[in-house]
Write a protein that binds this ligand. Structure first.
Ligand SMILES: NC(=O)C1=CN([C@@H]2O[C@H](COP(=O)(O)OP(=O)(O)OC[C@H]3O[C@@H](n4cnc5c(N)ncnc54)[C@H](OP(=O)(O)O)[C@@H]3O)[C@@H](O)[C@H]2O)[C@@H](O)CC1
Ligand SMILES: Nc1ncnc2c1ncn2[C@@H]1O[C@H](COP(=O)(O)OP(=O)(O)O)[C@@H](O)[C@H]1O
Ligand SMILES: [K+]
Length: 482
């Protein structure tokens, strides 16, 4: 899908550099940096409220990121702020920017840098931007730490120490309240852990022309509204799609109930349940079609959900994978689904692991997956030839054939509650049965699920069943305001 609905796009460093070169060739020297600095200074002024008399400290590295900070500092100094610069590589600071700052009455700090940083009203982090490699260098670490005690921190383009392309943070990084980013969002600003370091993000348009397909994209309300299945006059329950749910076990009947709860709110016309928890499912949701035969004999469905709370029944997974309809595999199902069988399926497959499950499938550790979510989700999608939704603090969805990775912007830590993943698998499976492609079903499902979590929680703890019940409020909100 293109940019028609205001999707939030993020481009990697290489793409940004190419667009930058192309634009610079057509503009007078320094024009781009002036656009960046003007936007940065305006954002700093908004954050400060009162510029006159404010104590501003610039952390200035050796590249253009430091140049942006210096020129913005000069603008703030001209409006009466007391601006001082800490030069991390004295002698290599951007010469034009430094001259502008000094001409505007700013000063270069020679000593007590960390103390001054701590007492600042605003610290501007221009240590390093998209030219950064590896984590923050040693000399910068005490300054990044001192900045945490300042009243506010604004990161220039991205928080120093965060990898622009991946959001990975190796060692220390600057923690910002606001990141002012230029030309486009960067993947590292949308994906944890980088996203957390960035604070809120303000995009300054500097006129870059970017290509059609970004590296990472985030659906917005309008995108989701356009994708939601809506029944028409000709619809009946079968035409709307039937979703089969093969989930739950004697030990975990609740997982079946929660997956069905999600499925009933996902737009399919009917939910067919297969498994040992039919009694529990019917007691809660009498509208469910319950079958006590296996998936192969349960009757037609347009998509299957298999795995939540399912235990070790490999036969069920095998039957579901043999069906020529889209299949969502979650939880226990992930362990039981052989990679080559998934690869060879002709219909789409959507895997929905959390970081621990993804780590097992990749033969690595949970921490490694959490530290490098983007590469993990892409790698899994490649290995399985399937769409992969990686759950967690930032939920990502990667398509089977590569392309832009979708990042979900609606999540809330309140969703980290037992069974909420079961609700998501029912919901996303239902969207597939209603006709959405796997990538859309996963990302729309995560979007509604996150929003439902927010609505249900409203600042207080919730259970997974509350999240399922709030899906319809999320859906309405998307339809009304999208
Ligand atoms: N794109 C655009 O259109 C526009 C881009 N603009 C701005 O330019 C920025 C990019 O500038 P850039 O290319 O000069 O690189 P930048 O990020 O300043 O860092 C490079 C320097 O940092 C150093 N360094 C490297 N790693 C490090 C580390 N881990 N920790 C510490 N230091 C490290 C490295 O030094 P060296 O290795 O030589 O010692 C190198 O000299 C971009 O983010 C945006 O702010 C806007 O002005 C206008 C429009
Ligand atoms: N820190 C977090 N921030 C936002 N969402 C989270 C966080 N932790 C977990 N989630 C979400 O909560 C759900 C938990 O699913 P899962 O891990 O499968 O748990 P369960 O198996 O108990 O249902 C997922 O949708 C996941 O994205
Ligand atoms: K920075």
């Amino acid at each position: 899908m293109g940019n028609t609905h205001g999707m939030r796009n993020a481009y990697g460093v290489e793409t940004v550099r190419a667009a930058e070169r192309e634009l610079m060739a057509r503009l007078p020297q320094g024009a781009l940096m002036q656009r960046a600095a003007a936007g940065l200074a305006a954002a700093c002024a908004d954050l400060l409220g009162r510029v006159y008399g404010a104590r501003v400290v610039l952390l200035v590295g050796s590249g253009d990121n430091g140049g942006d900070a210096l020129y913005a500092g000069a603008r703030l100094a001209r409006r009466g702020a007391g601006v001082s610069a800490v030069l991390l590589a004295p002698g290599r600071a951007h010469p034009g920017g430094l001259a502008a700052l000094l001409a505007a009455g700013g000063v270069v700090l020679q000593e007590d840098a960390e103390d001054t940083v701590r007492r600042a009203d605003l610290v501007v982090d221009g240590i390093v931007g998209i030219g950064g490699r590896g984590g923050l260098r040693d000399g910068a670490v005490p300054l990044a730490e001192a900045a945490r005690e300042a009243r506010a921190v604004v990161a220039v383009d991205l928080p120093s120490g965060v990898d622009a392309d991946t959001g990975e943070v190796r060692g220390a990084a600057v923690r910002a309240d606001l990141t002012v980013t230029f030309g486009t969002h960067k993947p590292g600003l949308l994906v944890d852990p980088g996203r957390e370091y960035a604070g809120s993000v303000r995009l300054v348009d500097i006129g870059l022309a970017l290509p059609g397909e970004p590296e990472v994209e985030a659906l917005q309300h309008a995108d989701v509204a356009a994708l939601l299945p809506v029944p028409g006059a000709e619809s009946d329950k079968y035409r709307r799609g039937v979703v089969g749910v093969a989930a739950g076990s004697d030990r975990y009947p609740g997982a079946a109930v929660l997956a069905v709860a999600g499925a009933l709110r996902g737009g399919a016309g009917a939910v067919r349940y297969v498994g040992p928890a039919g009694g529990a499912v019917l007691a809660r949701f009498p509208e469910t079609l319950v079958s006590d035969r296996g998936p192969a004999k349960a009757g037609r469905v347009q998509a299957w959900v298999v795995g939540p709370g399912a235990g070790d029944d490999a036969q069920v997974v095998e039957e579901v994978l043999a069906a020529e309809v889209p299949v969502l595999i979650d939880a226990d199902g992930l362990r039981l689904a052989p990679r080559d069988v998934v690869r060879e399926r002709s219909a789409p497959t959507l895997l929905t692991p959390h970081a621990g499950e993804a780590a097992r499938l990749l033969g690595t550790g949970r921490e490694e997956v959490e530290a490098a979510r983007l590469s993990a989700v892409r790698e899994l999608a490649g290995l399985y030839g399937a769409t992969v939704l990686l759950k967690g603090s930032t939920t990502l969805v990667a398509g089977a054939g590569g392309g832009a990775v979708r990042v979900n912007a609606t999540g809330t830590p309140w969703l980290a509650t037992a069974g909420s993943g079961d609700v998501l698998s029912g919901l996303a499976g239902s969207l597939m049965a209603a006709g959405l492609e796997a990538l859309d079903a996963g990302s729309v499902g995560a979007y509604l699920h996150g929003l439902a979590g927010r609505f249900a929680a409203d600042g207080a703890p919730v259970g997974a069943h509350d999240v399922a019940e709030a899906i319809r409020y999320a859906w309405r909100d998307v339809v009304r305001t999208g």
